[in-house]
Design a protein around this ligand. Structure first.
Ligand code: DGJ
Length: 732
């Protein structure tokens, strides 16, 4: 890994063993892009990659009379000076002008990576990464812009963000401040996004790029289940096993924009950052604005490789604290078993049975506080309801501990019901626009986390409950989008700050709780997977993936999630049948076979299953405990897509390739078909593996494959709907 500054050509080359990122100071002094892709040899000069001529009807810089911003690749373009593409930023100056040109002043290159201020970001030690910070200035607007690039030693990854500073005396306003722009020299790409809604999150979708824009965004205040802040650009024909692709992952949990714009000359521009819509950030004299981070990754060997890069990077350089790279406890959550209708006695009876099965942690979900007997009341009042918890959280937690279970509970700290003591006391603490009614979502309003006092108040309330009892786990939920976004505390010209300040407030509360309770395992949640993003992983190493716990639907949801996020981060539970969301009946075997590939647990009352099923649950938990390190942190390969076939398959492989766990799911059986072959991946070619009592070489399993057909004699029998297999492969 190195970052080289070629003084003569004024070009930078950031490289490691896998990739090169090359850019340079353009003839007009701005930063221009040259190359991002597989590692290439270093050279003093790559200027031939620029276009130094103008085409008809193209505007050029007045000094060079030949350099056109429109034709050349830009690193962080503005609008209005000849680049007619989507801009990375815009600054409104005191005279009303929005024109700017930031030109090179200096740079620094250093080992490691500096943290962002109040924002989540990847981190790295001095031997793990190098960072380049290029300082540019606009002398007219009197502003500084620092563009930061970190290259990691082990990963084909560059992390980027930008910092603006107002050096003048007049206030300026940022109306657009994206985190990155990448210009690519052609447009032969397909765009992949991960879209959905509640209970059907992160479903991969593809589009061909052509002249014009493809764009996804969130304006909901959270990253959202509708569009995930992770996109892939790939060459046509690239699949999970081969081909070129780039990934762009936004380390942020609020409104975002991700865009690919192809101009009519063939340039493809990728942009990602905070959604400019409803964003306006005034910078007074001496003030700074720092954008969140985007992690860009490259592969030349297919999308499994790209996903594995994100999995390892996020496990090793984003997740922090005690739970980093630590297998997660097998838990039971009472939500789908009781909803809010429970007594301590009922909870203890669920816990006792779970303990007998081998469960390690009990999570008490919604309904334990205030007047919370349905979802009309109580949010905001984080005080135990004595009818449900007669000896408080302390009493229940101690009983759990005495039973040999760790204990944790659910909170939704960003919300308030109008029917709550908190709202009656502080009605102005909810986000609402003066003179207008505030829309409700699940009968609740959103607290104004742009205000420090609100965050501090909620922290104090939660701190009291948590420190009172032996708490090992917190599930942090968030069940509605933001509307009527206006803060009673801010003047009119600062209302454009509220969405982002809200997210900063959420991060601040997480940081305060993590600092106060470093041992606690946090799980983020937002009506299931409405805020499953890389930003959250910095605070909570796992996220409840979806409220849809139906195993067959979950195959798709977990499959889609695996493109951008590690298996260790995917909260996955076995729930009761018929499934509460889909009404589907799936065996307890298949339900567990899907949930194993995640942060595993149960979400049902084990007193209500048959004795036979209970014996199986005991075996499942034992199996999970033996293999959880491999399930959650092994190298994960998607093998067969549930979106393209009636079966799905994936495999996790140990670091040394000697042990693997294969899963195959039949979502719909087909009649009168010859057996096919499922090719495995990630194994050692020469190793001899045992699979279902037979011996196979690694190359045999990966090239010829294992037979999959209707009957057992065919190998893996998939003659029935919802049948599934989880098989361990062991090399000699
Ligand atoms: C939505 C979550 O996704 C569920 O798991 C559960 O915690 C409910 N909220 C509780 O209200």
């Amino acid at each position: 890994m190195n970052i080289i500054w070629h003084k003569k050509s004024r070009q930078y080359h950031l490289y490691n063993d896998k990739i090169s990122y090359i850019m340079g100071i353009s003839p007009v002094g701005e930063l221009g892009g040259i190359y991002f892709g597989k590692r290439i040899h270093d050279k003093e000069e790559f200027s031939y990659a620029d276009y130094r001529f103008a085409l008809p009807n193209v505007t050029v810089d007045p000094d060079t009379e030949s350099y056109s911003r429109e034709l050349n690749r830009q690193e962080y373009p503005s609008f209005g000076t000849g680049d007619f593409g989507a801009a990375a930023f815009e600054v409104e100056q005191s005279n009303g002008s929005r024109i700017s040109s930031f030109t090179y002043k200096s740079h620094s290159i250093f080992k490691g990576k500096t943290p962002l201020n109040g924002l989540p970001a990847t981190y790295a030690g001095e031997d793990e990464a190098m960072t380049l910070e290029v300082t540019l200035e606009d002398d007219v607007a009197k502003m500084t812009l620092v563009l930061s690039y970190t290259i990691f030693d082990k990963y084909p990854v560059v992390a980027r963000h930008a910092v603006f500073r107002n050096n003048g005396t007049e206030t300026v306003k940022l109306t657009r401040a994206l985190s990155m722009c990448l210009d690519l020299p052609d447009r032969d790409y397909r765009w992949m996004q991960f879209s959905g809604a509640w209970a059907r999150e992160r479903i991969p979708q593809e589009k061909e790029l052509s002249a014009g824009s493809v764009m996804i965004e969130s304006k909901r205040g959270v990253s959202s289940a509708n569009q995930n802040p992770f996109v892939i650009i790939k060459r046509p024909g690239t699949d999970d096993f081969s081909g070129d692709a780039f990934g762009f992952s936004f380390v942020y949990s609020g409104n975002f924009l991700a865009q690919a714009e192809c101009d009519t000359f063939g340039r493809t521009r990728i942009l990602m950052g905070i959604n400019p819509e409803r964003f306006g950030w005034p910078l007074e004299k001496g003030e700074e604005f720092e954008t969140p981070e985007v992690v860009m990754a490259v592969t030349g060997s297919g999308l499994n490789d790209l996903s594995q890069t994100y999995h390892s990077l996020y496990n090793n350089n984003l997740v922090r604290g005690k739970w980093k790279n630590r297998p997660r406890p097998v838990l039971i959550n009472n939500w789908e078993a009781t909803f809010m209708d429970f007594t301590e006695e009922r909870i203890l009876s669920i816990a006792e049975k779970a303990k007998e099965a081998g469960v390690e942690l009990f999570v008490l979900d919604d309904g334990w506080f205030g007047e919370r007997n349905d979802d009309y009341a109580g949010l905001g009042d984080w005080i135990e309801n004595p009818d449900k918890l007669p000896q408080g959280m302390k009493g229940l937690a101690r009983k759990m501990n005495a039973m040999g279970l760790k204990f944790g509970f659910w909170i939704e700290p960003e919300m308030v019901n109008p029917d709550s003591n908190l709202f009656r006391r502080h009605p102005d603490w909810a986000l609402q626009t003066p003179g207008r009614k505030a829309s409700l979502g699940r009968h609740q309003l959103v607290l104004d986390y742009s205000r420090e006092e609100v965050v501090d108040y909620v922290f104090d309330m939660l701190k009291k409950v948590i420190s009172d009892a032996p708490i090992s786990y917190i599930k942090w939920d968030m069940n509605r989008s933001l509307t009527e976004v206006y803060s009673a505390e801010l003047p009119p010209q600062k209302q454009g700050m509220v969405y982002h300040k809200y997210v900063l407030g959420v991060y601040r509360l997480y940081e305060k709780l993590r600092a106060e309770f470093p041992e606690i395992l946090f799980e983020s949640c937002s009506s299931g997977g409405n805020r499953f993003d890389a930003g959250m992983l910095y605070y909570a190493p796992q996220a409840w993936c979806s409220d849809n716990t139906d195993a067959i639907d979950r195959i798709k949801i977990q499959y889609g999630t695996s493109y951008g996020y590690p298996i260790s981060s995917i909260g996955a539970h076995v729930s009761a049948v018929p499934n509460q969301q889909t009404g589907r009946n799936v065996s307890i075997t298949t339900r567990a076979n899907v949930a194993y590939f995640g942060a595993f647990g149960y979400e049902l009352d084990l007193n209500h299953i048959t004795d036979e099923e209970f014996e199986e649950v005991k075996r499942q938990i034992e199996f999970m405990k033996e293999n959880r390190e491999l399930f959650q942190f092994g190298r994960f390969y998607r093998l067969r897509s549930p979106f393209e076939a009636d079966q799905a398959a994936w495999i996790v492989v140990s670091e040394d390739g000697k042990r693997a766990i294969l899963a195959l799911y039949c979502m719909r059986s087909n009649v009168n078909m010859l057996p096919g072959f499922l090719k495995l991946a990630g194994l050692k070619e020469d190793a001899l593996y045992t699979l279902k009592g037979e011996e196979y070489y690694g190359d045999e399993l990966m090239n010829l494959g294992v037979p999959v057909g209707r009957l057992a004699a065919d190998g893996f029998a998939i003659g029935r709907d919802f049948v599934s297999y989880v098989e361990v492969l062991e090399a000699k």
